[in-house]
Ligand binder design. Sequence first.
Ligand code: XLS
Ligand code: NI
Ligand code: NI
Length: 360
Amino acid sequence: MKLKGFLLFLFLLGAVLLNVDASGKGSCPANIESKCDSSSDEWNGEFFPGIPKIKYEDWLRFSVAFWHTFRGTGADPFGAPTKAWPWEDGTNSLAMAKRRMRALFEFINKLGVERWCFHDRDIAPDGKTLAESNANLDEIIELAKELQKGTKILPLWGTAQLFMHPRYMHGAATSSELGVYAYAAAQVKKAMEVTHYLGGENFVFWGGREGYQTLLNTDMKRELDHLARFLEAAVDWKKKIGFNGTLLIEPKPQEPTKHQYDWDAATTLSFLQKYGLSGEFKLNIECNHATLSGHSCHHELETARINGLLGNIDANTGDPQIGWDTDQFLTDIGEATLVMLSVIRNEGLAPGGFNFDAKL
Ligand code: XLS
Ligand code: NI
Ligand code: NI
């Protein structure tokens, strides 16, 4: 039974990878006895009629996550950093940010990977004001643009980091502070512009702290209304600047807040439907987030796929005995097979891909 299933999987994989189109246009049938429409005896037809040139498409579209690969320190919730890259000088200066960006490009070039993902704040240092932060970001983006030149390297997606700065302690689009909401909107605006400028293919919203700890100080309906309005504005901005990438929401059930609004694929789907945002967003399913929500990764992928929402995969895994986002590389072949089944049924993920949101 297992062997049969595996053979069926291989067959499906083969059929889809070969991308066969049966509309061939050969003038002679491939049969020696049948007549060609040409007057000459020379064979002028195709030996394999009906089979066009086979295109090998890039199904996997791997991406390196800047934050884990170049900003990950090797710390855990109880311990100090354990990584000491020889190029790091212990600061987050602009010069250091530039050195890291060069390290990324050498790394992805040597790996032969063509995509990378970033948060605005992990590639460039935060400034004292929004204007200063934006100027820092522009400087790093210019360098990235320069390094992309002459290569096929592009961002698979960019995103705004709306969770690390203390101003976001109560959320960004769901913060009760108007100033924080506005600041977050300005950050998304800028992050989307630079993603567009680098030729990025998607833009992600992970609602870092969009959730709550207790209803005693939370107006849940109002926070959700604010979140929807925030996403609507992002859609408007995307159209205004001519960014054709896909907007992706990345569900996660909890961590850092207790109740995160984008709990899982089904919750996010109903949120989008309720606020009339379906059609404007797809989902970025992260496998470790799936297991934190009590599902398996393949369940989340299928839920997204059958609703036309499967846009990208943050390819990682958790640990069955550790209840947090450990962001490990997926090594379970059984799970990987079921993940690929959804990808094949989805006819690939493009313009999305597989972002290794995983710690080294
Ligand atoms: C955190 C998320 C994050 C997003 C991008 O748990 O996975 O890394 O992918 O903000
Ligand atoms: Ni992620
Ligand atoms: Ni995560």
